[in-house]
Design a protein around this ligand. Sequence first.
Ligand SMILES: *Cc1c(COP(=O)(O)O)cnc(C)c1O
Length: 394
Amino acid sequence: MNKSIYMDHAATTYTKPEVLEEMIPYFTTYFGNPSSIYTLARETKKAIDVARDKIAKAINANENEIFFTGGGSEADNWAIKGIASAYKQKGNHIITTTIEHHAVLHTCEYLAKNGYEITYLPVDEYGLINIKDLENAITDKTILVSIMFANNEIGTIEPIKEIGALCRSKKILFHTDAVQAVGHIPVDVKEMNIDLLSIAAHKFYGPKGVGALYVKKGIKIDNLIHGGGQERNRRAGTENVAGIVGFGKAIELATKNMEENNKKLVYLRDKLMNGLLEIPHTRLNGPRGENRLPGNSNICFRFIEGESILLMLDANGIAGSSGSACTSGSLDPSHVLLAIGLEHEIAHGSLRLSLGDETTEEEVDFVLKTVPGIIQRLRDMSPLYDDYLKKGEK
Ligand SMILES: *Cc1c(COP(=O)(O)O)cnc(C)c1O
């Protein structure tokens, strides 16, 4: 079988043909610089405004609260560094979690080297933060809470509405990295009291290298990128017009079909998850049910390495991940799996398969037919498994 099965949608998605089709004229016909004043430029400026409007609608924001960036990482960096800098007179304390994406974690580590205090909230065995821990961590020096909407590795959806309500009542700004959530599950910045929110188009069938930061009206934030006056003086640089147009189209499509898509995804995901868990010595990472992203499955296989599972899956035409794309190639186990309490040895054997719009039941069945043999072959070569068979459980 030389079919190829893509199950790494949490890392990135393809760009939908309808999205690409809307983008193409902005490379060729409408290439004017939106900052110029002739007719050609007015077309591009208008296209950006239309996209901005679609993005605002999708998260229940106003269009003047949306600022385009070069993707999710830039939005996270901007939110955290921009607030840290703008509010440094008020305080130097930031609260985040141990399971954030590196775009948030490494930004916080950078700030810690520059005089800021960072609290990393722990999570429970399912990856959920405890709202009481958050409340207890807040001090009179706290200027920002940054907690991800949904986790990219284990699919945990955090109690965002409760977090937003608490931060609002304590008058502390709340940023959420919603890169895995927007376009996949309902997000409402007003109802959830969100002050800043990061988005990336390529996680929901838009192009790579374009994203946005939502900044609630009236919030002071310093710039990350200095230069020209684009994005109402908040983010310099000639706009990625075609990318922004694609972003707008992609978010429109994703929001329109969300409920229907998710029903299908949850069915396929549960079939995949439950099937894989029938293999002995496995464990599910992340929660079941409502608190899990519809397309995410993440399972640990004891006695073997995630990397070797990936290579053998690849040989069978299946693309998966052992955690986040950014840590692949490093030998450390995932910080998220360690944070939910797994031992190193078990955390090493993780496999994330993330499903998408075009995933079929046949693909899930093929994976379920293929994986048990791979796991058995790897275990047959594993000294850890050999030890286990000889000594049994200690
Ligand atoms: C993918 C991802 C990012 C980074 O977004 P880029 O557009 O790749 O910079 C940040 N946070 C989360 C949760 C992600 O899944």
